[in-house]
Design a binder for this molecule. Structure first.
Ligand SMILES: *Cc1c(COP(=O)(O)O)cnc(C)c1O
Length: 376
């Protein structure tokens, strides 16, 4: 089954019993047993048919065997982290999503799980950071907001040599463009709030794996800790995911044009977009993904200029988050990355005048006109 077909026919997203082409919302917390212990579903936290629909769907489109749905992307990442124990050490991409940084440094640190943040594009740096306690490598590629690229195949090889679990946050590329499990990763995580949901109306997290034992452990954690996705949100997510392919194609088309426009604009200093041949990770990204996505970051000279621009756009909504039908614009230093100390932020390259856009499905001519007037 090819990608576009898998997005329509992958997983269980229709109802075998009634023939309903849209899997119903099974709004039930408990299920009748035929006799004691004789049941398909038992209790809503343990399993729900609508949730299983979206779980089988993510497994299919990530080319894994098992999927898990959680109440948010952070709940999904937190559940994956429960695979580790006190004393374990993890390596993490240095400019990882801010919420992941906070989870690792402020919450998991209390469980005595330690982390080192490394530039995962630098394989020597990864090797140098591995200790006898290291159990896993957690990467994000491309990253937020600078779109730094990590070579998933190369890091998977390293992980295998050192017997480490490789976890990839695939939120930015989506399974439509990139399949980390196929490239050698063990676990893929998603903030499904972004492109998978795609309509700014649901907060959700998904995990996919290809290994039976990992799947068993994750189901145990999902049921035991209980941060499951509700039946209604599972249904909304399925509905969103079915159009992932057409949305990503159109978003990419718009993003390529906007990136070229920004590169040519005299007030724009730097443009970060993996689709530009000048982008540092362009070649590696091209070798591991079939598309470049819809996130572009660029800098203007000062924070004042950036703030003024953000006030002037009409079709780019000033908001956090990304990956939706509407174009969004944000100032990472003051919004998504405000909790990172300025010095660390600057060291990572997140300047005060850095603007991030998430390209939506509007007419590209309107988007270009809007940025043209806002940049004036
Ligand atoms: C948004 C995001 C998360 C967190 O997901 P939530 O659904 O907001 O909990 C994790 N990773 C990345 C890359 C994200 O963009």
């Amino acid at each position: 089954m090819r990608k576009k077909t898998a997005l329509i026919h992958g997983g269980i997203t229709t109802d075998a019993q009634t023939g309903a082409v849209s899997l119903p919302i099974f709004q039930a917390s408990t299920f009748k047993q035929k006799s004691v212990g004789d049941f398909t579903y038992e209790y809503g936290r343990t399993g729900n048919p609508t949730r299983e629909g979206v779980e089988s769907f993510i497994a299919a489109i990530e080319q894994g065997t098992h999927g898990f749905a959680f109440a948010s992307g952070m709940a999904a990442i937190h559940a994956v982290m429960q695979l580790f124990e006190a004393g374990d050490h993890l390596l993490i991409t240095d400019d990882v999503y801010g919420g992941t940084y906070r989870l690792m440094t402020k919450i998991l640190a209390k469980n005595n799980i330690s982390v080192s943040f490394v530039d995962t594009a630098d394989h020597a740096a990864i090797e140098a950071a591995i200790t006898s306690a290291t159990k896993a490598i957690f990467i994000e590629t491309p990253t937020n907001p600078l779109l730094k690229v990590t070579d998933i195949r190369a890091v998977a090889q390293l992980a295998q040599q050192h017997n480490l679990t490789l976890i990839v946050d695939n939120t930015f590329s989506t399974p439509y463009w990139q399949n980390p499990l196929v490239l050698g990763a063990d676990i893929v995580v998603h903030s499904a709030t972004k492109y998978l949901g795609g309509h700014s109306d649901v907060v959700a997290g998904l995990v996919a794996v290809k290994d039976e034992q990992l799947a068993e452990q994750l189901h145990f954690i999902q049921n035991g800790a209980g941060a499951v996705l509700s039946p209604h949100d599972s249904w909304l997510l399925i509905r969103g995911m079915k159009t992932l392919g057409v949305r990503m194609e159109e978003i990419e088309h718009n993003a390529n044009k906007l990136a070229a426009f920004l590169v040519a604009h005299p007030k724009v200093e730097k443009v970060y977009y993996p689709g530009l041949s000048s982008h540092k990770g362009h070649t590696i990204h091209e070798a591991q993904a079939s598309g470049f996505g819809g996130i572009i970051s660029f800098t203007v000279a000062t924070e004042e200029q950036a703030l003024a621009l953000l006030q002037r756009t009409k079709f780019f909504t000033l908001a956090e988050s990304l990956g939706a039908v509407e174009s969004l614009i944000s100032l990472p230093a003051k919004m998504t990355h405000a909790s990172i100390p300025r010095e660390r932020r600057l060291a990572l390259g997140i300047e005060d005048g850095l603007i991030r856009i998430s390209v939506g499905l509007e007419d590209i001519e309107d988007l270009i006109e809007d940025l043209t007037q806002a940049l004036q």
